[in-house]
Design a protein around this ligand. Structure first.
Ligand code: HEM
Ligand SMILES: *[C@@H]1O[C@H](CO)[C@@H](O)[C@H](O)[C@H]1NC(C)=O
Ligand SMILES: *[C@@H]1O[C@H](CO)[C@@H](O)[C@H](O)[C@H]1NC(C)=O
Length: 502
């Protein structure tokens, strides 16, 4: 027994040294960005970063300027904060930056999915076929159908839907869009009532996973939470298993195209289920929270609500819904809603806060800034962009950046505004809610279409109001910066009812 103590001690020291040494000895070389290793070996600034990334990066930018390298949990991240210098990083013409490598590590940990090197290209080509342009027609229709089912129930309009209901606005939006989106993408059985119950149960667990997600990614879960995450993962692997989906009708072409590809690559059924879990997450994790912010901003800004309603009446005519019907929409009319488009773009500017990460391929890679200055980067380091801070909250590009202005993305003549400037230079990337470059969200057109449908249905067919009209817009949960759409630190009560028949 006593013999083991020194052996264990030595082993422990070895591990600690192994983890900390690279950090201890790393020094800034000439022409490298300022290096800030933080006070704690290996961890570096990880704790402050994870606690509130937005505030922390603001401090770092004030201290170091527009480029700096930070140690975060044993890895080195070079943050580029000047948006006029984003172009070469996002275009990456010489293929010196790698998105896939880091993403593969992450999806293995979070979803258990072992990605293939071709996945990124495959996902983007499946999406170009089925989530954009004319390919979107089918999902547009099935989304409208699913939203009707979820919002009105399996039998269409009934007296019950016309009573006032009270709910948390965040819960209502997330729940509604999750169920509709899940059913549209992953299909139905013959029993619609049962489908809705199953989708409801799926959402409850999805939300549990969602709440643990940021700390899971950062490896900060307690032992109980670890077990919980493991249980949730197995639940989703089982529920989304391909044997289940074979029994379903109307599974979207997007999903079936991708699963077909995996089968052709010899990926086994268990791994395909994990892929489904990853796609459920990618397709449903942001859409509900974004719709929440959109409706909340409309409820807090009556002039915006008024403008959206007027536009809707103008392009769609008076909303009408007879008994036992589902919603009807002319999709071609939905291409002419600049006011609603601006509301959604403004909402995404305020609410979408992803981090864009790229791993540096080679030593001495050159990072060229708009100022002409050049920095050297090391192999294995990560180039990171946080457009929420650098672009979306820049008062030079967007005056009064924290204020919701529904017409911020409208020209005076009512067309979409695309001209924005920083320091007098026209800026191409004036908001980046979908990321950019190789990892840009391939679902963005479907996402916009879903949110448009949902918001239009809510404002044209429903009466809705905040329970307390004076309730302020809640602060965002600071642990979610960097993970896509932010979430409120608490929910907001509201009530709604289907408008009485005229
Ligand atoms: C408001 C809603 C949405 C927002 C704000 C959003 C945002 C994003 C962002 C920022 C990324 C890139 C992450 C990165 O750079 O690593 C991403 C990736 C992705 N999104 Fe979305 N998204 C939304 C909705 C959707 C929907 C509805 C779908 C599909 C139906 C979807 C499918 C995907 C997929 C598959 C990826 C991974 C792409 C890859 O591997 O390169 N997203 N999304
Ligand atoms: C509306 O105004 C913008 C700029 O203010 C201009 O680029 C655009 O051509 C105008 N569109 C029409 C239809 O007049
Ligand atoms: C899908 O719906 C969106 C609006 O919800 C519309 O802008 C788009 O043109 C539609 N696409 C097709 C192919 O119907």
């Amino acid at each position: 027994m006593a013999l083991w103590v020194p052996v264990l001690g030595a082993l422990l020291m070895f591990i600690v040294a192994y983890l900390c040494l690279p950090g201890l000895f790393r020094q800034r070389r000439p022409q490298e960005p300022p290096l800030d290793k933080g006070a704690v070996p290996w961890l570096g600034h990880a704790m402050a970063f994870r606690k509130n990334m937005f505030e922390f990066l603001k401090r770092m930018q004030a201290k170091h300027g527009d480029v700096f390298t930070l140690q975060l949990g044993g890895r080195y991240f070079t943050f580029v904060m000047d948006p006029l210098s984003f172009g070469p990083i996002l275009r990456d013409a010489q293929r010196k930056l790698d998105f896939v490598q880091y993403a593969r590590e992450l999806v293995l940990k979070v979803f258990g999915y072992q990605a293939l090197p071709e996945d990124n290209r495959m996902i983007h080509s499946a999406s170009a076929k089925h989530l954009m342009g004319d390919g979107l027609q089918e999902l547009n229709k099935s989304m409208l159908h699913s939203l009707s089912l979820v919002m009105l129930g399996p039998n269409g309009r009934s007296p019950d839907t016309s009573c006032w209901h009270e709910d948390g606005l965040f819960h209502f939006c997330y729940n509604t869009l999750f169920k509709a989106g899940y059913l549209s993408l992953f299909g139905y059985t013959k029993d619609k009532e049962q489908d809705l119950l199953q989708a409801e149960d799926l959402f409850a667990r999805f939300r549990k996973f969602d709440l643990l997600f940021p700390r899971f990614v950062y490896s900060l879960l307690g032992p109980q939470e670890w077990l919980e995450v493991g249980r949730l993962q197995s639940f989703f692997h089982k529920r989304l298993s391909v044997s289940h989906s074979l029994e379903k009708d109307g599974i979207s072409k997007w999903i079936s195209y991708m699963l077909q590809f995996l089968r052709e690559q010899g990926v086994d059924a268990a791994m395909q289920s994990k892929f489904n879990f990853m796609m459920l997450w990618a397709s449903q994790g942001n859409i509900g929270p974004t719709s929440f912010w959109a409706l909340l901003f409309l409820l807090k800004h009556p002039e915006a609500m008024q403008a959206v309603r007027e536009e809707a009446t103008h392009v769609l005519g008076e909303a009408r819904l007879e008994a036992k019907q589902s919603f009807v929409f002319e999709f071609s009319a939905l291409q002419h809603t600049p006011v609603l488009d601006s509301v959604l773009e403004e909402t995404l500017r305020l609410a979408s806060a992803p981090t864009l990460l790229r791993v540096v391929h080679d030593d001495n890679s050159i990072l060229k800034m708009a100022s002409g200055r050049e920095y050297l980067l090391r192999r294995g380091d990560i180039v990171a962009l946080f457009p929420y801070l650098s672009v979306q909250m820049d008062p030079d590009i967007h005056p009064e950046p924290t204020v919701f202005k529904y017409n911020r993305f409208l020209n005076p003549n009512g067309s979409r505004k695309v001209d924005f400037y920083k320091a007098g230079t026209k800026i191409h990337h004036y908001t980046m809610p979908w990321g950019w470059g190789v990892s840009i969200c391939p679902g963005r057109f479907l996402a916009l279409s879903e949110m448009k449908l949902f918001v239009l249905l809510m404002v044209t067919h429903f009466d809705l109001e905040l329970v307390d009209p004076n309730t302020p817009v809640p602060a965002v949960d600071p642990k979610r910066w960097g993970f896509g759409t932010t979430q409120p630190s608490h929910d907001v009560r509201f009530r709604y009812r289907l408008q009485p028949m005229k």
